[in-house]
Design a protein around this ligand. Structure first.
Ligand SMILES: Cc1cc2nc3c(=O)[nH]c(=O)nc-3n(C[C@H](O)[C@H](O)[C@H](O)COP(=O)(O)O)c2cc1C
Length: 396
């Protein structure tokens, strides 16, 4: 047997074994783990998952096994570089799942190309009173009302710094930055100072490769003060003055009509901001197609499937208007490779998710990476960059 033939054969066998393991992992998760986990309150499950994932992630043998099963060997078709940061795959973990940077070592092994930690704030914050989460199983959504609970940016950044280099490798970490959710930080100047404090801290930490300013967290004291053009201008001018080394993205709200959204983009493009993450949780329940009862007493905003339509629309409009100036990270309701590819074809260079992983299992990221390669082959693209925005100007 020639070595080339042998190599090809070994590769096929390796991929087959991995696909069987993913399939088993999906079946186990969907038919065994999820029904059991969904009997327990989502707050308890989230806390337990973070503890277990942090513990398992500290074991190098477990990380190695997870990496072997879930991380695709480097595939040039999925690799991209934006603003000096390289992404092994376009699929990242969105802000909010790992609020305190506790599980990054295992996240690196699941096949993600990058991961977001936070949102963190200048001071430690206990968040809103519990419960923070409420499940809508048929709608495939979570109602989120955590209120920016986090250990504070100093502690979280220190935690990231202390991970062993082998546990992180060259994985790209984004720090999501918000303002402390407290009565003392409702004032606009205090809010700006809060963001700037964390950006300064992040600027000193080489492990943080990107910064995302979250201006769209609704369930906090003072609401979303930086979603008006004049206040956003003041915030971004202050952040500019830090001259952060890392590229800066803005996490955008999902509920603004295009005109108002565009006004924010007009401000953003005049500052040291390289891109936008589109978008945050859905807020207006009255316009959402909910398949579960949602009592008014349950506070919070929705993730998952209900975010898809507005996120995709805003990605497309942003790409058409500022595609040459802003890198778009698409987020909201990604449950499959097709969902991720739709966002990419509408203009997102990178994508992120949380809720899909909660509903489908941790193998979802490997499935999406694999599926993206097959979709690229189907459409005759040499790499993922060629697919970005190809559907943006088709009539919708
Ligand atoms: C449990 C949970 C916590 C979240 N917390 C944050 C957060 O702290 N900061 C932020 O910018 N977005 C937060 N989000 C919003 C997500 O980053 C994302 O924009 C939204 O959930 C849509 O993506 P998905 O449908 O893949 O979950 C959170 C979402 C979830 C589900």
């Amino acid at each position: 047997m020639s070595p080339i033939f042998y190599n090809k054969f070994a590769k096929i066998i390796y991929m087959m074994i991995r696909r069987i393991l993913w399939k088993m992992s999906r079946l186990l998760y969907v038919y065994v783990a999820k029904p059991l986990l969904f009997q327990v309150s989502p707050d308890k499950v989230h806390r337990g998952t973070i503890r277990l994932t942090a513990a398992l992630g500290s074991l190098s043998a477990f990380r190695g096994f997870t990496r072997y099963v879930f991380t695709r060997p480097r595939d040039a078709r999925l690799v991209q570089k934006y603003h000096g940061v390289e992404f092994e795959t376009p699929v990242g973990l969105a802000a909010g799942f790992d609020k305190n940077g506790e599980i990054i070592p295992l996240v690196t092994a699941l096949g993600f190309g990058f991961g977001t930690v936070g949102s963190v704030t200048a001071s430690q914050c206990r968040g809103n009173s519990r419960p923070w989460f409420y499940r809508l199983p048929k709608t495939q959504s979570l109602v989120v009302n955590a209120g920016l609970a986090n250990d504070g940016s100093r502690i979280v950044i220190e935690r990231l710094r202390h991970y062993h280099p082998q546990a992180i490798g060259r994985f790209s970490i984004t720090l999501s930055v918000a303002k402390t959710n407290s009565r003392q930080v409702v004032d606009i100047e205090a809010g700006i100072a809060d963001y700037v404090t964390t950006v300064r801290r992040a600027n000193k930490e080489p492990r943080i490769q990107m910064i995302e300013l979250n201006i769209s967290c609704p369930n906090t004291y003072g609401g979303e003060p930086f979603t008006t053009p004049d206040r956003l201008e003041r915030l971004l001018s202050a952040v500019d003055s830090v001259r952060a080394k890392q590229p800066i993205y803005i996490k955008m709200p999902s509920n603004l009509p295009w005109n108002a959204f565009k006004k924010l983009l007009e401000v953003i493009v005049t500052h040291h901001v390289v891109g936008v993450t589109i978008s945050n949780l859905a807020k207006d329940r009255s316009i959402l197609d909910l398949k579960d009862p949602l009592p008014d007493a349950i506070a919070g905003n929705l993730s998952g499937k209900p975010t898809v339509i507005s996120s995709n629309k805003l990605i497309r409009q942003t790409y058409l208007t500022y595609g040459d100036r802003l890198t778009i990270i698409g987020v909201g309701g990604i449950f499959s490779a097709d969902d991720a590819y739709t966002k990419i074809r509408l203009g997102a260079s990178l994508v992120e998710l949380i809720t899909g992983m909660i509903f489908c299992g941790p193998q979802l990221i490997a499935e999406i990476n694999d599926g993206l390669v097959r979709l690229l082959e189907r459409d005759g693209y040499a790499d993922i960059g060629q697919a970005v925005g190809v559907d943006a100007d088709t009539c919708r």
